[in-house]
Design a protein around this ligand. Structure first.
Ligand code: GLU
Length: 551
């Protein structure tokens, strides 16, 4: 019988000359030190979803924190769904988010690492070698059933109320073909797929272990699944088992949509005689809609697309720290206690991950981002804005490169004063008075400050007295003089005790100037703003307000 199976295997894969020992030796066990090996295994079918980034971050952090290996594998066996530059897109996204893999594809054609090739379409021969080996042992077989025949089997199962739906048990008719019958069909040019005989020993249920969910009791697999498709390429199920075995993956951390396949996958590892990795199935990122939670959706939610974060100008590190918050709620406290450490020092504990899904909250991300920007150096802020504007705001970019040093000198004005910014695209809007060459105050006629007595006189005196070369103390002395002249109290306490004795306080006087310079009641230090925009512009803006008030 065994010889017969060998004949069948040879008829199916005449060109496969290597054997499984060859690959087992080629991809030998990794060193004992390397006891954590994880991977990110996306299909290049479109832009990356936040969920993909989330999973890759978990895999990377988990492996690297334990000095393990994290690799990238491209799962491109579904040729009809892949995009032409899909691999580049994935590599660039990971690169832009500073997610570094130790092995994997580095561009559309080249790989780096000892366990490659790292894209499944380049591993056809490997899968076929293992499929051949399974056929030789009578554990896999060719199936010639057509689509229509498969459909009929299903209809029949439904009709008789069969609990098993699919190609398995007595319904797996090609299981019973003799080797000679099968070979004859192959010689006749009939098309076929390769199926793996389900190996559940008649036991219907099985308990599988998941690091996040614990033990899950599930129905075992009874279906003879396809392992090699008509085009000679493997299915995902088969490919990932072979790959994770040969690439010596220790932990498969992937989306929880794969939980239903877990009994099948574990069965495949067993049939092939491989040790299965540990599995951790990660819940999707959820979003609140009304009172209910739903999955973050590519179609409905702009924030589901990774590109969104680049376009908006979130610092990458903020997105990553926010995702770490979602991965382990413990991260927030850890961050508070360890403000100086890199997020890379945080220990991801898979056991602690949510069993129901983490809720995405844009406001929380904005807060994380504000904190990150606040703690950046001025130089880091500069680089962040420069890189972002180069891609997403030509106006700002041109403004910066016209005089980089001048732009740099503006950053501390708002940055050291903790004017909150959560993303780079807020710069132009929030600080238009610094970065808009055509800035004119958007004056509000109802602005209560402008109804104070002597506003015009105060502004006129300010123009008269303003000198760009004044030290801050001299500058402020001049404002005090103006305040005194128009009976605005310069001592805040005194003013608070006897407001009726004055037209206002010095704070009101600086507010008139502030409104003239920035159009806002709140802004960073107006002395510093004035130093940055320079005398001519200061006077132009004050004059503009005077004109507006005298109209
Ligand atoms: N290619 C599969 C996916 O994109 C990978 C699942 C896994 O990580 O095993 O969903």
């Amino acid at each position: 019988m065994e010889n017969n199976y060998k004949k069948l295997a040879e008829a199916i894969f005449p060109n496969i000359n290597k054997n499984v020992e060859y690959y087992e030796n080629l991809y030998s066990e990794r060193s004992k030190k390397n006891n954590v090996v994880t991977r990110f295994a996306p299909s290049p079918t479109g832009y990356m979803h936040l969920g993909g980034l989330y999973i890759s971050l978990i895999n990377q952090s988990f492996a690297h924190k334990q000095n393990g290996t994290f690799f990238l594998r491209i799962e491109d066996t579904d040729q009809s769904r892949i995009l032409s530059n899909g691999v580049t897109e994935i590599i660039n996204t990971l690169h832009n988010f500073d997610i570094n893999f130790d092995e994997g594809p580095i561009n559309e054609t080249e790989d780096f690492g000892e366990y490659g090739p790292y894209r499944q379409s380049d591993r056809k021969e490997i899968y076929q070698t293992y499929a051949k080996y399974l056929i030789e042992q009578g554990k896999a077989y060719p199936c010639f059933c057509t689509k229509d025949e498969l459909e009929k089997i299903r209809e029949n199962q439904n009709k008789v109320g069969e609990s098993l739906i699919g190609y398995g048990g007595k319904y797996a008719v090609c299981r019973n073909l003799t080797v000679n019958e099968a070979i004859k069909k192959i010689e006749n040019g009939e098309s076929f797929v390769i199926r793996l005989k389900a190996d559940n020993n008649g036991i219907k249920r099985v308990t599988v272990k998941d690091i996040i969910r614990g033990e899950i009791n599930m129905e075992d697999n009874e279906i003879d699944v396809v392992i090699i498709k008509g085009d000679g390429l493997p299915t995902y199920h088969f490919a990932h088992v072979i790959d994770d075995h040969l690439m010596r993956t220790t932990h498969v951390i992937r989306a929880d949509e794969w939980i239903p396949s877990l009994p099948l996958h574990l069965q495949m590892f067993k049939t092939l005689g491989f040790k299965a990795p540990q599995y951790a199935h990660v819940c999707p990122i959820l979003k609140l809609e009304g009172d209910s939670k739903r999955k973050l959706s590519k179609r409905k939610d702009p924030e589901a697309r990774v590109g969104f974060y680049f376009e908006q100008g979130f610092p990458i590190i903020a997105v990553k720290e926010y995702l770490l918050n979602l991965i382990n709620s413990r991260f927030e406290l850890w961050r508070e206690k360890n403000p100086e450490l890199s997020y890379k020092d945080f220990d991801i504990n898979l056991n602690e991950m949510s069993k129901s899904g983490a809720l995405f909250d844009l406001n929380k991300l904005l807060n994380v981002s504000k904190r990150i920007i606040k703690n950046m150096t001025d130089e880091e802020v500069f680089q962040g804005i420069l890189n972002w504007s180069k891609l997403y705001s030509n106006n700002l970019y041109q403004f910066i490169i016209k005089d980089e040093n001048k732009f740099k000198s503006s950053i501390p004005i708002w940055h050291k004063n903790r004017m909150d910014i959560a993303k780079w695209n807020e710069i132009e809007k929030n600080f238009d008075y610094l970065y808009d060459l055509n800035f004119l105050q958007k004056l509000n006629i109802n602005n209560e400050f402008l109804n104070f007595p002597y506003v015009l006189e105060i502004l006129k005196d300010y123009i008269e007295s303003y000198n760009q070369n004044d030290e801050q103390s001299v500058w402020f002395e001049k404002i005090k003089n103006i305040a005194n002249k128009y009976n605005y109290c310069v001592k805040i306490k005194e003013y608070k005790n006897n407001p009726k004795n004055y037209n206002g306080s010095i704070v009101d006087v600086t507010t008139f100037i502030r409104i003239a310079l920035t159009g806002k009641k709140d802004s960073p230090d107006i002395y510093e703003i004035s130093q940055y925009i320079k005398e001519e512009e200061v006077k132009k803006r004050i004059k503009n307000l005077i004109d507006y008030l005298t109209k």
